[in-house]
Structure formats: C-alpha cells, structure tokens
Design a protein around this ligand. Structure first.
Ligand SMILES: C[S@@+](CC[C@H](N)C(=O)[O-])C[C@H]1O[C@@H](n2cnc3c(N)ncnc32)[C@H](O)[C@@H]1O
Length: 232
C-alpha cells in the first residue's frame, strides 16, 4: 500500500474519518491573534488539511488560506459542509486547485511530496503554518522530505508555525509520536524558536467511536499538545 492509499481508504470509508475532530484545537483561541498575519496579503498554509474546522475559522476571521490535501473527496466535503463554493482548475504537472470566488481559499489537491511554492497559481507569501495532524501523519522515514517541502513555505522572517504533537501509547501511528526535541531542532533550522505551548486534555474532542478505535489499538492515553514557534 502506498503512503496515499492508506488515506484514500479512510476517506472512501467515511465522510468523517476518525481523525477529523468536530472541534477546533483548543489553543487556537489563545494563539489566533499571533497566527493571523498582520499583512493581509500573506496566507496561512495548512498542509494535509482534510476538512479541518480551522479552515473556516480563519476564513471567518478574514484570512487567506492555502491548503493542501490529496483526497478530492475531502475537499468536496470541505466545500459542501461550509458552503465555500470551491471551483476546480487543473494544474499541469501537479493535480488541481480548488478556489472560492474571492480566491481567499485555495486548496491544492495532490501529493505533498510533489508540491512546492512554485505550484501556487499566484505568488503568495506564507505568514503562518498550521501543522495539525500533518507532520505526525507522515511516515517517519519521510520526515526529512516533508521538511524540505516546508522549507520554501516558511521563508518569510514574519512566518509563524503552530505544531500539534501527540503523546500516546498505541505503539504505532498514525498519528506518530514525534519528540518535541526533534521538532524544535528541525524547526530551529528554519530559524524558528518555540515561545509557547499548551498541554491538551487526554482524549479531548474525540468521538466515542474514535476513542473506542484507539482503545482497541491499545491506547490508555492520547493527548494532543500544541506548540507555537516564531522567528526571532
Ligand atoms: C490525519 S489527517 C489530518 C487532516 C486535518 N489536518 C485535520 O486535522 O483534520 C491527514 C490528511 O492528510 C492527507 N494526506 C496524507 N498524506 C498526504 C500527502 N502525501 N499529500 C497530500 N495529502 C495527504 C490525508 O488524506 C488526510 O486528509
């Protein structure tokens, strides 16, 4: 099974796969004033976005969103459930982009490992990255490649980075357990330093179905922690 087949099967099986949480990351409310770019021409990049609620949350706050998602079904549901009216267009050599009429939402449909800033249909600087269920979803041996892709998106000295990491004892992912020290070193290489963190509540925001799935996989604990990084 390729790294994309796994996710394709999840979206094929359900309109709301277990990893989709029906609530925002709790830290968002505390961090949003720092996440929202002061320069309104800058976008928030949400890699591996699925139909995450944070997309609508930041659109309602007047932000511009660039998302990246492999599953066309996920993007279709994102558009339908939020009445975004996303329209697709093809991008040669990559896949597709789905945009609303105002072009404040651009969701790129394709493989992250074939994506770069050159894929964007219009030149745009990234003012913040929301990395939730993204870095932790990637197979450990692909992490360096993931960081290479992220490099072109975090070039701006104004860029901020919110990363969610998990503590769990399921033995295997996804979501994979990524050590905070590793994330700090890797984001440190882009010039980021961590300035804030929020410890989550065990099993917060998960449906009973998802909790049961995790118990079956051996989880006695599952906590999402949020870390916030800035440059100087
Ligand atoms: C764990 S889910 C997280 C979704 C979303 N961030 C959220 O919090 O609800 C990971 C998502 O990334 C997508 N995905 C996984 N690997 C990908 C890749 N290489 N390129 C693009 N999308 C990918 C999957 O289809 C899935 O929707």
């Amino acid at each position: 099974m390729s790294h994309l087949d796994y996710w394709h099967e999840k979206w094929k099986a359900s309109d709301t796969p277990g990893f989709h949480r029906p609530v925002l990351v709790p830290a968002i409310e505390k961090l949003q004033h720092q996440i929202i770019p002061e320069d309104k021409s800058m976008a928030i990049f949400i890699p591996l976005c699925g139909k995450a609620l944070e997309i609508k949350h930041f659109i309602d706050l007047g932000c511009k969103i660039i998302g990246l998602e492999f599953s066309e079904k996920a993007i279709y549901l994102l558009s339908e459930e939020n009445q975004f009216g996303l329209q697709e267009s093809a991008i040669e050599g990559f896949g597709k982009v789905f945009q609303n009429a105002e072009k404040s939402i651009q969701i790129y449909c394709g493989d992250l490992f074939e994506f770069s800033k050159d894929t964007l249909v219009e030149n745009c600087e990234i003012g913040a990255v929301i990395d939730k269920g993204s870095f932790v979803a990637i197979d450990p041996e692909m992490r360096e490649k993931y960081l290479q892709v992220m490099a072109s998106f975090v070039e701006s000295p104004k860029c901020r980075y919110m990363m969610c990491l998990y503590d769990h004892d399921m033995g295997r992912g996804p979501p994979h357990v990524v050590q905070l020290e590793y994330a700090c070193v890797k984001l440190g290489q882009f010039g980021f330093k961590m300035i804030d963190y929020f410890k989550g509540e065990p099993f917060f925001g998960l449906s009973e179905k998802r909790r049961e799935e995790m118990r079956v996989r051996g989880a006695t604990t599952f906590t999402e922690n949020t870390y916030f990084f800035v440059k100087n």
